[in-house]
Design a protein around this ligand. Structure first.
Ligand code: NAP
Length: 265
């Protein structure tokens, strides 16, 4: 490997780790670029999952391997710690690491003739930022599934199932299982309103289509990996699993369920 890009969350700890890593890489003849360029062969992200998600967006969801170094955050996507410099250098020099391929979610917001698109690794969230109840018509493929009443909903990828989805009591899904998970936020169930009380899992070939049943007095916000990508009403929101893949670098001994156990229990 000749060219590598380091992205950090700019904290003191992350900047110090970046300096250390850069020195060690330079000593092996690997150049650290100050920006993501077409020659970049690997991205090293120093920070937590938030930095990891920011780096992907910053680099327009690249296909080169992305290696996370955790500087004191939860670090679900982060594989190494700042002390693992030798391991990092060995990954770069020998290519002896595993890749966890993660398909990205794609969201397409349509209003009239306009459409706005975004990608996400974890999830797409739709909610009313003004605090009102939302009434949503949910279709999957071309079939009606339910009318959802509540604070909003998220669609999570399997890799993102341990994030917001899990806080909303959604299921943790092994990322080797490709699926779209729809989880309602505080769904109402009474004699007037009735929505599914559990998360719904759909195969990757189907898209989830969402429309607003009531547009009055709503302040809709749509978030891709927690970053606002759309505000206001819309005619159709379409969420699907895209063909674009982010390649997360893992050690050869990586095991998803050990990570879940160590981070969430
Ligand atoms: P943030 O609000 O600063 O952090 C949310 C937390 O989620 C952080 O602890 C982050 O880890 C962790 N996280 C991110 N991706 C994860 C994953 N795949 N599995 C397990 N935990 C994960 O925002 P952020 O760090 O930029 O992350 C954006 C994500 O926050 C969104 O995609 C959404 O899933 C999540 N979120 C969660 C809630 C909630 O649980 N109530 C509310 C809003 C958004 P680090 O500490 O390593 O950064």
């Amino acid at each position: 490997m000749k060219n590598l890009y380091i992205y950090t969350n700019n904290t003191e700890k992350s900047l110090a780790a970046a300096e250390n890593i850069e020195k060690a890489l330079n000593a092996k003849g690997i150049r650290v670029c100050s920006e993501f360029v077409p020659e970049t062969e690997m991205i090293v992200v120093i920070g937590g999952d938030g930095a990891f998600l920011n780096a992907l967006k910053h680099c327009a969801y690249p296909s080169v391997p992305v290696l996370g170094v955790n500087t004191g955050h939860l670090g679900f996507f982060q594989e190494l710690s700042p002390e693992d410099v030798d391991k990092l250098v060995s990954f770069c020099c020998t290519g002896d690491y595993a890749i966890q391929p993660c398909k990205l979610l794609e969201v397409d917001m349509q209003k009239g003739d306009e459409s706005v698109k975004a990608y996400a690794l974890n999830d797409i969230c739709l909610r009313d930022v003004g605090g009102s109840i939302i009434r949503l018509r949910i279709e999957v493929g071309n079939n009606f599934v339910e009318t959802l009443y509540g604070d909003g909903m998220i669609v999570a990828s399997s890799a993102g199932s341990t994030a917001y989805n899990y806080s909303l009591r959604g299921a943790i899904v092994d990322p080797r299982l490709e699926a779209l998970q729809l989880t309602a936020m505080a769904p109402i169930n009474n004699t007037i309103y009735r929505s599914f009380a559990s998360s719904l899992l759909f195969p990757p070939s189907l898209d989830i289509r969402v429309s607003l049943l009531d547009k009055e007095n709503l302040e809709i916000g749509v978030f891709a990996d927690g970053r606002k990508m759309y505000t206001g009403d819309f005619d159709l929101m379409r969420v699907s699993l895209s063909d674009r893949i982010v390649n997360v670098v893992r050690g050869s001994d990586y095991d998803f369920w050990s990570k879940v156990e160590s981070k969430l229990l």
